[in-house]
Design a protein around this ligand. Structure first.
Ligand code: ADP
Ligand code: MG
Length: 366
């Protein structure tokens, strides 16, 4: 299965004008859903470039529609033991944080709180349907990668070590962060409290460094553990709000931002190189050249990956929009192996019982 790549064009904000719109959603065939983004050639405004995606969401798309179409259907796979990765890619100001986190009002809530709500609901149902045989627990980790260093967002910023946390490669190709806090979360209210606190930590830390949180990658990891009488099944959903992909040569950054921009640009540059290498079928993919790409390990991770490309419709973003369209339209060709995580047996596996609980997903291999 490939990485699913979808584009979302944000609406005009206050003070922006209809006449400056240059990015449009289009359909490949009359009456079919939108799958194409059209943007004029920067050299010849009369000529349009078209980029095809798995789906394209226009200005009018609500948070609910995006979640219901792209994320809700993945819950079933998550509970079957597949890891799910969702990431938002795009220029600063195009709606990545709005898409992932969203606003406080119910209708404005983004993918992350909706995902958690779906996980809790499904977990409760599984526990209930099993008559208490299966318990489902949810644990959260939340961290950011800033200047190629990993910082735990569930810890207060004062406790940060300047070096950040190290990574470790696990069997099966997964990369994990060592020493990351994991907090158990039993309901949506628990989650919201933690999440708000952690996002405040993110802003405080950024302010201290005279930086901005759009310059770091924020990664939320939701670990779902289903514990039956005989086996434990674990899977994770990761939601990633990447740093802005703008080309800093084109934005006027002060000197103090130079080091920072270079590190952010490097990880996003490595990401685009990984995407290129994988889509060409190269044997060497430069994952290891940045922490973000090690963690994301596109095409190596077992599971389902959805990339959401956030776009501004405005002319003032023209070149950056084209560059992010280029990167993400190549990502579609990445193959992801859809392999369920292995079930871990408690002491004495009784195969007959285990099979009844496993629902066909046992053994991890396909
Ligand atoms: P990014 O995280 O990519 O830098 P933001 O999510 O902060 O961008 O979005 C920039 C601004 O646009 C914010 O004020 C946000 O509320 C608004 N915005 C983005 N997408 C939408 C949308 N789909 N509907 C309404 N407002 C949006
Ligand atoms: Mg943001």
């Amino acid at each position: 299965m490939s990485v699913r790549v979808v584009a979302r064009i944000r609406p005009l904000l206050d003070g922006e004008h209809e006449k400056d719109i240059i990015v449009r959603a289009d359909t490949a065939e009359a009456g079919k859903p939108n799958t194409i983004v059209k943007i004029p050639s920067p050299k010849n405004g009369a000529e349009d470039f078209s980029f095809a995606f798995n789906s394209v969401y226009d200005q009018s798309t609500s948070q609910e529609t995006l979640y219901n179409s792209e994320v809700q259907p993945l819950l079933k796979s998550l509970f079957q033991g597949l890891d799910v990765t969702l990431f938002a890619y795009g220029v600063t100001g195009t709606g990545k944080t709005h898409t992932m986190r969203g606003g406080l009002k119910l209708a404005d809530r983004g993918v992350i709180p909706r995902l958690l709500s779906g996980v809790f609901r499904r977990g409760k149902k599984i526990a209930k349907d099993s008559d208490g045989d299966t318990s489902v627990t949810v644990a959260l980790s939340y961290y950011e990668i800033y200047n190629d260093k990993v910082f735990d967002l569930l810890e207060p910023p004062e406790q940060r070590t300047p070096m950040g946390l190290p990574l470790r490669a696990e069997a099966g190709g997964r990369t994990v962060v060592c020493g990351l806090t994991e907090r158990r979360c039993d309901d949506l209210r628990d989650f919201e409290k933690l999440y708000i606190e952690a996002n405040n930590n993110r802003v405080t830390a950024a302010t201290k460094l005279n930086a901005h949180s759009s310059r770091s990658h924020a990664i939320l990891r939701v670990k779902v553990t289903q514990s039956g009488p005989d086996c434990v099944r674990e899977s994770t959903a990761s939601a990633i709000d990447l740093a802005g992909s703008e080309d800093n040569r084109r934005t006027d950054n002060g000197k103090e931002r130079l080091v920072e921009s270079a590190a952010i640009n490097k990880s996003l540059f490595v990401l685009s190189q990984c995407i290129d290498a994988i889509s060409r079928g190269d044997r060497r993919v430069p994952y290891r050249e940045s922490k973000m790409t090690r963690i994301l390990s596109l095409g190596q991770n077992h599971g389902i990956t959805v990339m959401i490309l956030n776009l501004s419709p405005l002319r003032s973003y023209h070149l950056d929009t084209l560059s992010s369209l280029n990167v993400s339209s190549r990502a579609k060709r990445i193959e992801v192996r859809e392999i369920e995580n292995e079930v871990v047996y408690k002491q004495f596996p009784k195969s007959s019982v285990a099979a009844a609980h496993g629902g066909g997903g046992l053994g991890g291999g396909k």
